[in-house]
Design a binder for this molecule. Structure first.
Ligand code: GLN
Length: 540
């Protein structure tokens, strides 16, 4: 029978619940268990696809095209749990289902209520992930205990032990123990209140993970155990990791969290095998090289807006023994100050995905700077579209070239909407989404990076390279080196006569892992390393 772990959070948000859940998943997998991961988000949007990156950070796209919470990115980077539409539910989705059932008459005239109808729907979404070949389902509940909109979810997980048996469920609660400088003391009261609130709802946590900036005394954790009604050894202290988020599982394993979970759920686990992960951490602590990559975007100050891109750059750095320093460049600032001012001295330039007009001209200037100064360039989605516009304007001489997203009446829409997209008015889930095949040109730079000519990557965009211009681009030196094999859409462009200029219509950042860096990010970092080396030699 599948066992269920529920991860909740209290005191404040941004405690790293996603990271901790992913780390637990990794530890259980490394003890031979088959794990499924899931996130429940109490907000009312049906999915985060329509939310601003300022509100929500990055939208993480899965193979099946679902637009999900960025914590699913952690799940994929840490575990092998297959993720799908069933891995991320929001209040919006749950209610949508309940209302659709009501409209179909499936409630047979009964009054439809939060308990039991909404909670039943939530429970079903959780239990569906279990099965004969799944040992553990880890369900992370978004938000913080005490949020009004989280209540139906907490009520649903409270009921699950009654349905499937107490011994098959485990509640893990994450809280913050702040350190008060003035009192020179770590404070446990917020944790006590948070657990108190959970217990009022009827949930007694089995394990507490307390997040702290600095280590805390055993006295304090014993006090937390006593006041929160938890066994002493079930209070785990997770101190902030200075060096890398990928150290989190190692810290939790040192505190024997995996063993605690295995004992409490009576899981038939094997010994922990973390050797390669530990080896990776050792290696990345002493990199041999260093490069600076400029990421030119418009949500630069938001820590999570380009989350997977920053992670993928790190992964490529790990594989090339290179510390990747990221220079975050605000595209609008670049428009004002010019590219020389902000981009001189970087070893590579990356323009990530995005929507809307703001900052576009700055991104196009960044591309021009990379192309003309022979700085390695990596364009992703909008970053590819900007590269196409720049080339059209400055090499093909089509001065007004643009994407019809930004100038619907341009004479040269080098990026445009396909016929099938023209009549779509709904915003949610209506883009080209999810995994699609791509055939790479033999001997292209992209094919060399992948070591393959047939790949699959995830998409999330509406606009496409306009095929009417493809020949003119090829003749002038920008080739389409990746094509959708059936639909003939341009997926990858590159400039062979440049040290490294590759741009892709898809999002490779969703498929990179710390121990399996994405080939294009590796190629980009390798090229940046070469440029760095040349720069250093030139200054000697
Ligand atoms: N706005 C562009 C489009 O819709 C690019 C989207 C993206 O970068 N994800 O095609």
């Amino acid at each position: 029978m599948t066992k269920h772990i529920f991860v909740t959070g209290g005191v404040v948000s941004s405690l790293g619940k996603g990271l901790t859940s992913a780390s637990i998943g990794l530890l259980l997998e490394r003890r031979g268990m088959t794990v499924r991961m899931q996130k429940l988000d109490p907000y009312i949007n049906v999915d985060p696809g329509t939310m601003s990156p300022y509100q929500h950070g990055e939208v993480y796209v899965l193979d099946d095209g679902s637009e999900t919470d960025l914590d699913l990115g952690h799940y994929e980077r840490f575990t092998n749990s297959p993720l799908s539409r069933e891995s991320n539910y929001t209040t919006g989705q749950i209610y949508l289902r309940v209302i659709e059932k009501e409209r179909r008459g499936e409630y047979l005239g009964r009054t439809v209520q939060v308990v039991p109808h909404v909670t039943d729907e939530i429970k079903q979404s959780i239990l569906n992930l279990g099965g004969p070949d799944v040992d553990v389902v880890i369900t992370e509940l978004g938000g913080t205990v005490g949020d009004i909109e989280g209540l139906p979810f907490l009520e649903a997980i409270r009921q699950i032990p009654l349905d499937i048996g107490k011994d098959n469920c485990l509640f893990i609660h994450l809280t913050l123990v702040p350190y008060l400088k003035a009192a020179r003391e770590a404070k446990t009261k917020p944790t006590q209140h948070s657990v108190g609130q959970l217990r009022q709802i009827g949930i007694q946590p089995d394990i507490l993970i307390v997040r702290t900036e600095r280590p805390i005394d055993r006295d304090q954790t014993d006090k937390i155990a006593l006041f929160c009604n938890v066994e002493k050894q079930a209070v785990i202290v997770e101190v902030d990791k200075e060096f890398s988020i990928y150290e989190v599982p190692i810290g939790l394993a040192e505190d024997k969290l995996d063993q605690l979970i295995i004992n409490k759920l009576s899981l038939p686990a094997g010994p922990l095998d973390l050797d390669d992960w530990q080896e990776l951490m050792r290696k990345i602590r002493i990199p041999e090289h260093e490069v600076t990559i400029a990421v030119v975007g418009k949500y630069i100050e938001h820590r999570d807006a380009y989350k997977s891109i920053y992670e993928s750059l790190d992964h490529a750095g790990f594989s090339k023994s290179t510390r990747v320093l990221i220079k975050r460049v605000e595209a609008e600032e670049l428009e004002q100050q010019g590219p020389e001012m902000l981009l001189s001295g970087v070893d590579g330039i990356l323009v990530p995905g995005g929507f809307g007009m703001r900052g576009i001209e700055g991104k196009i200037q960044a591309v021009e700077f990379a192309r003309s100064c022979e700085i390695p360039y990596f364009g992703i989605c909008l970053g590819m579209q900007c590269a196409v516009i720049e080339f059209a304007r400055n090499v093909l001489g089509l001065k007004e070239a643009n994407s019809s997203e930004f100038a619907s009446d341009t004479d040269d829409p080098v990026i445009c909407l396909l016929e099938e997209q023209k009549d779509v008015t709904d915003k949610g889930g209506t883009m080209r989404l999810g995994a699609q095949p791509c055939a790479l040109t033999p001997d292209s730079r992209a094919a060399a990076c992948y070591g393959s000519e047939e790949v699959s990557e995830r998409h999330r965009h509406r606009y496409e390279f306009n095929p009417e211009y493809q020949q003119a681009f090829t003749d002038a030196g920008m080739i389409a080196s990746g094509i959708h094999p059936q639909r003939r859409l341009v997926e990858v462009i590159e400039i062979p006569d440049h040290p490294w200029f590759v741009a892709v219509q898809y999002h490779p950042e969703f498929k990179s892992k710390p121990d399996a860096a994405h080939p294009l990010f590796c190629g980009f970092i390798q090229a940046a390393q070469e440029r760095h080396h040349q720069r250093m030699q030139a200054t000697v």
